[in-house]
Design a protein around this ligand. Structure first.
Ligand code: DGL
Length: 265
């Protein structure tokens, strides 16, 4: 069986491109349609109602492109609206929280897991729930880091001020002696180096992007939805605001050139 329809992926902006990069590696023959809601980013400071409304609209947009699977490549949208999206649409919808939680559980040795994310993700308790679902024996400690997204978007990941802010944010998690840290926001893999330095060599960083792409492959495979074509997949990017900034910042996330970007509406 072969299904040539594209996979739809959305994020509040550029961050979900870390997931796109992994999807391109793991599912090289699949067509991808990405939507970055650059006009309404950030989601991480908004309410559940607002993020859910935006997320529904984003999926509706992807459905217009006849997608066979929707990947919510945004921790905030996954935390606040995944269950609702799953109930609303006929295609499978998956998020980034469960893949990240699974990876954290297999990485931890002392069963103490730290999670950093936006205010909305952290206050939703989504990671605690996802880890508890796997087993109650793990302890999860969380920390909202709202300044990280603007620092990444400014291209300030190497600046001293970013290190100082990271030290302040991560101090409580270090005190809890976590040995695994989930980067629970799509922007944070860009801060991997500083996070590693501040947490120290004994702490494993979890980036859910790769695990998410693997999960997408599993869902497609199980549903007989993989694209059997031998040609390389086509990748189209849509944004809700002007594309130039998206391309400039997005190429850092994707680590590849972004060629085909269109403004939605
Ligand atoms: N994409 C969001 C997330 O992963 C971060 C940016 C935002 O706040 O919208 O949580």
């Amino acid at each position: 069986m072969s299904d040539p329809r594209p996979i739809g992926i959305f994020d509040s902006g550029v961050g979900g491109l870390t997931v796109v990069g992994e999807m391109q590696d793991i599912l090289p023959n699949e067509d991808l349609v990405y939507f970055g809601d650059t006009a309404r980013v950030p989601y991480g400071t908004k309410s559940k109602e607002t993020v859910t409304k935006f997320s529904v609209e984003n999926v509706e947009f992807l459905m217009e492109h006849n997608v066979k699977l929707v990947v919510v490549a945004c921790n905030t949208a996954s935390s606040l609206s995944l269950d609702f999206l799953k109930r609303c649409f006929r295609v499978p919808v998956m998020g980034v929280i469960e893949p990240g939680a699974r990876q954290a559980v297999s990485a931890t040795r002392n069963n103490r897991i730290g999670v950093v994310g936006t205010h909305a993700t952290i206050s939703s308790g989504a990671y605690e729930k996802a880890v508890k679902k796997i087993s109650p024996r793990y302890k999860v400690f969380t920390q909202a880091c709202p300044l990280f997204v603007p620092l990444v978007e400014e291209g300030w990941s190497d600046k001293e001020v970013t290190k100082t802010i990271t030290q302040i944010y991560l101090k409580p998690l270090k005190q809890k002696k976590v040995d695994t840290l989930v980067m629970g926001c799509t922007h944070y893999p860009i801060l991997k180096e500083v996070l590693k330095k501040v947490m120290g060599p004994g702490v494993m960083l979890v980036d859910s992007a790769r695990e998410t792409a693997k999960e997408a492959r599993r869902i497609l495979d199980a549903g007989g939805l993989l694209n059997g074509s031998k040609r390389s997949g086509r990748h189209i990017f849509f944004v809700s605001d002007e594309p130039n900034r998206f391309v400039r910042i997005g190429e850092k996330f994707l680590k590849r050139r972004i060629k085909c970007v269109k403004r939605a509406v």
